[in-house]
Design a protein. Sequence first.
Length: 96
Amino acid sequence: MPRRRQKDPYVCPKCGTRVTEPAKTWTITSPLPDKYGRITVTVMASFVCPNCGYKWRAPIKKLKVGGEEPGERGREEKPEPGTIIEIDLDDLDDVD
């Protein structure tokens, strides 16, 4: 069964006490980009509850870095059609 996502990472899941700052932070970079070429960087933190001493880890922030924006793919400028010149093949035989 998957874990439930905790709403506020700064609140102790055991006793509900709010922690002011994390004990340690680090980043995790995803190995594969999404369909727009962006890499996901997750900032993780470990916390220690001052009230009950419980230790837990939680993601603080997720960032998408690089690649193109999701809306840019459909906004490519299409070239305007130029002037169309029609030539009749019968006219080519009359050339001197």
